[in-house]
Design a protein around this ligand. Sequence first.
Ligand code: GA4
Length: 329
Amino acid sequence: MVVLANTPTEQISIIKPQKAHVHFSNIPIIDLSKPGCEIAIVKALEDFGFFKVTNHGVSKEIMSKLEAEAVKFFSLSQVEKDKAGYPNPCGYGNKRIGGNGDFGWVEYLLFEINSKPISSTSLGFLREHCASLFCSALNEYISSVRKLSSNVLELMAQGLGIKQRDIFSKLVTSQESDSMFRLNHYPACPLLKELNCNLTGFGEHTDPQLISILRSNNTNGFQIALKDGGWLSVPPDEGSFFINAGDILQVLTNGRLRSVKHRVLTNGSKARVSMIFFGGPPLNQMITPLPQLLKGEEKKYIDFTWADYKKAAFKSRLADNRLALFERE
Ligand code: GA4
């Protein structure tokens, strides 16, 4: 791995193709309309921490409407985009990820999601007409993927044999749920084609929340880490969603469901646009392994609230193992 240095503090890693990169077409694909999908979800999260869903109930129109608005925003001039405000952590970000020295070949808009729809005044950096179009596409999309996340979390509880179906889903559907949403644009970097290299778009990390629902255009670049440390390239599919478990789900299941490490490598010829919903619990929610799943097993984590975890997470570097702070000796 070599490093592309813009300034001494802004470094984005260039990744040389490695033999260890596996291109796998049989990642777990789960058809949500099929009986038995609850078992398949649990198996996929135990084995990979990740799966793709089809028959998910979100219309193509809702997806493409938001993608078109995102593309419109990212095509604005730098001066216009900068008006959206420095991400702290929400707002418009360009290359800088979080506040602790991480960089990637990506620009993005990050939003905090609570029970209220995003108001077009929070998109005041856009002209009034554009803000209201963007805002309605955003809210329509977010409410559909929130529903999808709740369906999947209910199926998960069922697959784990937990009687209380809403044990996970109520955390993301609650009025107090603290979720996030991001729109990412990974511009193509043609120089990479000549060098036969990839540039880190978004460096390796796990997601802090319970569940992440990702949709991207048909550009590749998304990879997940396998148990043996190799990287698996996930073929894109703009009609499906990719779902991964986050750290909180790993804790609630005492490590049974894996919060998988993932990253995005930038493409030499085609821009990638992705939209991700991160379903998080209420800030004061106590996070502890569910007694229903312990069956005499020791808890692997100490008790903490989502607010404690979030505070620590936002102080960490992207690649840090954030759960290490909360593991029992
Ligand atoms: C990873 C998952 C989400 O994209 C995110 C990210 C957040 C950010 O972009 O500000 C973080 C990252 C994410 C984890 C560690 C901290 C915080 C960047 C970073 C270095 C919005 C989130 O919730 O955590």
